[in-house]
Design a binder for this molecule. Structure first.
Ligand SMILES: [Fe+2]
Length: 323
């Protein structure tokens, strides 16, 4: 299995989906799409035009499967590449989601995806803590190894992916041009990556409120439009939107290994104890305080001890100007 923080380069595969009509049907059936929210823009005013034209939707998560989403969830080639990449036998896909973007004159954030640990994940642990757990290197034993595939529908104006396949301190690679029906499969939880600019660029980064919706026109599903506060604010052929479909799977070396570790769950008290032992060993003054998990100043103190890497040569992001 891969070492912490540095993953082998991802694997590029071509001609991934045989029947693209099934993708078009899925896209239309799941409309409308809403702007990406979440941790990059917490507390956004629902009536302020702060969101870029970056729309997202889950097609598969814990208790939901969009009809037809098996096309991606059960993609045999993702299983095959993942087994090779990790030298592992057990691949358990759990998530599929779609991004649709247009009119982004700056990049998305350079980032690694959020980690999962046995017993600790988004629903019971703050995001900052999960990330700090990863970067501390103290919780590797409980980490659930993830495989990610990113697949692209179209070739659009730019819309590339920058990715730090040789680690955060070496120049990034790019996948751009001839992206249609290709996918990159690898470890996006250790490899930094960044969505590059997406055209059209004539109005800079276009922004809408978090309540905007993207959907195909009634009667012509080859053209999609964004409506915001009751008005159409953007319209383009579907072929001009950067459409990517993400797939994620848990990975285990073998079924025996999966069963071996299944009961080895991390409680929040374990997290506090392990951090405290390490903080004491390092001679740090800060102690882990479970009462302060929601306190940004506590998060900052702990993160200062276990900082995330910052990849070199990252592009300017759409969040730089609104942050
Ligand atoms: Fe990502």
């Amino acid at each position: 299995m891969a070492d912490l923080h540095y993953a082998p380069p991802p694997v590029l595969i071509q001609d991934v989906i045989e029947d693209l009509d099934r993708v078009y049907t899925l896209l239309s059936d799941c409309a409308p799409y809403t702007p990406l929210g979440g941790w990059y823009a917490p507390g956004a005013d629902p009536d302020a035009a702060t969101s870029a034209l970056w729309f997202q939707q889950d097609w598969v998560h814990a208790d939901y499967r969009a009809p037809g989403s098996d096309l991606f969830l059960q993609c045999e080639r993702y299983f095959d590449v993942t087994r090779d990449y990790y030298d592992a036998e057990v691949v358990l896909p759990h998530s599929v989601y779609v991004n649709m973007m247009a009119g982004l004159a700056e990049c998305g954030p350079a980032h690694t995806d959020n980690p999962k640990f046995r017993g600790r994940e988004r629903k019971n642990t703050p995001m900052w803590l999960l990330r700090t757990m990863l970067w501390s290197g103290l919780f590797t034993r409980w980490e659930i190894v993830q495989s990610t595939a990113i697949w692209w529908l179209n070739d659009v104006e730019e819309g590339g992916l920058r990715y730090w396949a040789d680690g955060p301190y070496a120049s990034p690679h790019r996948h751009v041009g001839q992206m249609a029906n290709t996918a990159l499969v690898g470890d996006n939880h250790r490899m930094f990556h960044q969505v590059e600019r997406v055209g059209p660029f004539d109005q800079g980064t276009r922004r809408v409120t978090p309540r905007a919706e993207l959907a195909p026109l009634a009667g012509d599903e080859t053209v999609w439009a964004v409506h915001d506060r009751g008005e159409e604010v953007f319209r383009a052929p579907l072929a001009d939107y950067r459409v990517s479909v993400l797939w994620k799977a848990d990975v285990y070396e073998s079924e025996a290994q999966r069963q071996d570790v299944a009961d080895d769950q991390l409680s929040i008290d374990d997290v506090a104890r392990i951090f405290d032992e390490d903080l004491a060993k390092r001679g740090e003054a800060v102690r882990f305080d479970l009462e302060r998990l929601e306190d940004p100043s506590f998060a900052a103190e702990v993160q200062a001890v276990y900082p995330e890497a910052r990849p070199i040569e990252a592009g300017r992001t759409i969040y730089d100007e609104v942050a």
